[in-house]
Design a protein around this ligand. Structure first.
Ligand SMILES: Nc1ncnc2c1ncn2[C@@H]1O[C@H](COP(=O)(O)OP(=O)(O)OP(=O)(O)O)[C@@H](O)[C@H]1O
Length: 395
């Protein structure tokens, strides 16, 4: 296995008579030996182009890629010792499934008994042991995809590149295989990069996730860090289901405390949300009164008061915390039972805040709802730069 590093890597597709397409923009990241990482983003954000440059199937327009201590920009794919599972499978039709999977091992001069043992093992892992004698044209898309994955995983390589490795599988099989593949990658200390647009898959499989948008690496961090400390508005809105509430607000210091003011436009009352004494908040010094910000809070983290006055306030997600941070009130906009949780909308300063709770709640239409926005769950982003200014969890 080996480490992998990308230094200011760009991909610019050029076509005669057309404007250049800058698909990957100066991406830098360092992946440790044995680490599993996901490239995550929406369609067209540059994930596959990045993966194909690492594999050597696309040239690197700018920057450099190193596998271990070797710069590989000028090396052909076969010279990089990289195993890749392709989105289009690329199986050999005249060979059986067994021979497709064994191909790389036989070329590597592994003893036949050992080849048989390894092929069986990976085929059982991916639930394709019963189709080893079949030929690729006789297989479903999901079976072909697993054969392609098995062929990549079975052979020794410095690096494993997996392009949407489970996109064709049914949800149940996908979640079963996710766990097995992760255990296999960890057990063999396989440095791996996989591409996905499914954040559940990225969170379940990867040690760290590289979130991409429009060719730019937005943040490269653990799944927990992406949720707790999103670097910018894109990551805050993209990671997490349902998405983080993002409410426009302005900075308003008051009596030495950092606060933001929500709403207050015609017909809506203004709401103050506090972050505590400004002197204790490093970022407060750079924030000017009137500065436009976005206040972020995840729907699961808002605490909803369902008790009679004076009662304790349960967290929406069940995380009991002492009541008392920002208590706000607003009229109920909607209350939808989703089968396993409730989605509750509350009007705050002219915007609708989504709250998610575990149980079903009996709330009268348009009734006034009391909420707590726990300081540790709040985030502030600069509306102009889109970058995170502070995370309540750090205060
Ligand atoms: N061979 C190519 N020639 C020209 N443009 C390309 C080529 N391959 C990709 N692109 C363009 O580069 C951009 C990034 O594409 P890429 O396939 O890397 O994105 P992606 O995030 O993997 O998307 P998807 O999830 O849909 O595969 C897109 O605008 C795409 O149209």
């Amino acid at each position: 296995m080996a480490s992998l590093s990308l230094q200011d890597v760009s991909k610019i597709y050029t076509r005669k008579g057309r404007a250049d397409n800058w698909a990957v923009k100066s991406v830098s990241m360092a992946i440790d030996d044995g680490e599993i990482i996901a490239l995550l983003g929406s369609s067209g954000c540059g994930k596959t182009s990045t993966l194909r440059m690492i594999a050597g199937f696309e040239s690197v327009s700018q920057g450099s890629i190193r596998i271990g201590d070797k710069t590989v920009n000028a090396l052909a794919p076969a010279e990089r010792n990289v195993a890749m599972a392709f989105e289009g499978y690329a199986l050999y039709p005249p060979l059986t499934v067994y021979d497709n999977i064994a191909f790389g091992l036989l070329r590597g001069k592994v003893a036949r008994d050992e080849v048989r043992r390894r092929v069986r093992h990976v085929a059982e892992l991916l639930e394709i042991a019963d189709i080893l004698e079949r030929y690729p044209p006789m297989l479903s898309g999901g079976q072909q995809q697993r054969v392609s994955l098995a062929r990549a995983l079975v052979r020794p390589a410095d690096l494993y590149l997996l392009d949407e490795p489970m996109s064709q599988l049914e949800p149940q099989l996908r979640s079963l295989l996710r766990g097995r593949i992760k255990d296999y990658l960890i057990a063999h200390r396989m440095t791996s990069v996989f591409v996905t647009h499914d954040q559940t898959e990225a969170v379940a499989l990867a040690d760290r996730i590289a979130v991409m948008s429009d060719g730019v690496l937005q943040q490269f961090a653990s799944p927990e860090a992406l949720k707790e400390r999103p670097a910018n508005l894109f990551v805050a809105g993209f990671i997490g289901e349902p998405a983080m509430n993002l409410l426009p607000a302005v900075v308003a210091h008051r009596a030495g405390r950092l606060e933001v003011l929500l709403g207050g436009r015609q017909g809506h009352e203004a709401l103050r949300v506090g972050f505590g004494p400004a002197a204790r908040i490093a970022a407060a010094a750079g924030l000017q009164d009137g500065q436009a910000v976005q206040l972020g809070v995840r729907p699961h983290k808002v605490r909803l008061d369902t008790q009679p006055p004076g009662g304790d306030m349960p967290a929406a997600g069940g995380n009991a915390q002492p009541a008392g941070d920002n208590i706000v009130q607003g009229p109920l906009a909607f209350n939808q039972w989703q089968g396993d949780q409730s989605h509750i909308g509350v009007e705050l300063g002219g915007h609708t805040l989504l709250v998610v709770t575990d149980g079903a709640l009996d709330l009268a239409p348009h009734s006034r709802v009391t909420l707590e926005l726990p300081l540790a769950a709040l985030h502030l982003f600069d509306s102009h730069t889109q970058q995170a200014v502070l995370h309540g969890a750090d205060l």
